[in-house]
Design a protein around this ligand. Structure first.
Ligand SMILES: Cc1cc2nc3c(=O)[nH]c(=O)nc-3n(C[C@H](O)[C@H](O)[C@H](O)COP(=O)(O)O)c2cc1C
Length: 274
């Protein structure tokens, strides 16, 4: 099928700035207009097989060592009311030396991006219901972890396997130096027990929404980021997020191509400093 180029495309800055600000050009060109709504097309044509792989909404590393996470303990962190959790959320920029526990990590991941059931959706079929909303139910985010200080877990870089609520070990060893290089030597890289790296598999969202899908992917990641904050607040852990990282140094560390999947967001998590 030939690609339709919508007639409303703008490549001239309305603010008359030169060179044209990329954000303005992007925003203008992904706006939906009543006359062009049907022209918002995926940026490429994909086979059924490619589409089903892209839209299943999660990655797995079948050859990696898998560590099952403890079932998220319903009671942990539940003593605080929702009101209390939401109104106490803040970015805490200092971390204690005590280790996080595996049940704490399990609960953070499950409350942030976990699977909570199955739903049947037209055009997608059976898909996992998650704790966060996602445009088209496509779930572009993948969660990777730099583990520095979690009791019962060896140091390394891991991937969160959503359907199995498990961790997949990608590389073992102390990740502190590598994480620090990715995060522009921010001191938190050397203090937080867990560093969460969130990527966006842009190809998933773009397979349905074309270039506008970039916007949806960012919105989806914002939901996930807020859930990380709230989960950590409920568990009385220190948490802060950052976009201060060298994208391609992070992509190299996580072995992402930086095109179809790229690092977007980082969260530092640790015990509160006493
Ligand atoms: C997308 C994003 C990026 C951020 N990047 C940084 C950062 O690089 N360094 C930092 O100290 N704080 C960073 N923060 C934390 C903000 O400074 C913090 O959220 C803001 O000051 C409000 O404070 P609060 O979160 O405690 O309400 C970031 C927050 C967000 C949402």
């Amino acid at each position: 099928m030939p690609k339709i180029i919508p007639e409303h495309l703008h490549f001239v800055s309305r603010k008359q700035e030169k060179p044209y600000p990329m954000s303005e050009v992007f925003n203008e060109n992904v706006k939906l207009h009543p006359s062009t709504i049907h022209a918002v097309l995926p940026s490429a044509q994909f086979s059924e097989l490619e589409l089903s792989a892209m839209t299943k909404g999660y990655k797995q590393y079948p050859h990696a060592t898998r560590i099952e996470l403890p079932a998220p303990n319903e009671m942990m962190g539940d003593a605080r009311t929702f009101n209390d959790v939401v109104t106490s959320r803040k970015s805490v920029k200092s971390f204690g030396e005590e280790s996080l526990s595996l049940p704490e990590l399990s609960k953070i991941l499950w409350l942030s991006y976990g699977a909570i059931g199955k739903v049947n959706e037209t055009g997608i079929g059976n898909r996992m219901q998650r704790v966060v909303p996602s445009a088209g139910g496509l779930y572009p985010a993948e969660v990777y972890l730099g583990i520095r200080n979690v009791k019962g877990l060896c140091q390394g870089i891991y991937h969160y396997n959503v359907p199995n609520h498990a961790l997949e070990l990608l590389f073992s060893g102390d990740p502190t130096e590598q994480v620090s290089k990715v995060c522009c030597d921010q001191p938190y890289s050397k203090e937080a027990g867990v560093i969460i790296f969130i990527s966006a598999v842009l190809a998933r969202t773009k397979s349905k929404y074309g270039e506008r899908g970039y916007r949806y992917a960012l919105l989806d990641l914002g939901h996930l980021g807020q859930n990380i904050y709230l989960a950590c607040t409920a568990l009385e852990l220190a948490v802060m997020t950052t976009c201060g990282f060298f994208d391609d140094v992070g992509n190299d560390l996580l072995k992402l191509d930086g095109l179809d999947e790229t690092l977007m967001y980082v969260a530092f998590i640790g015990k509160q400093k006493k």
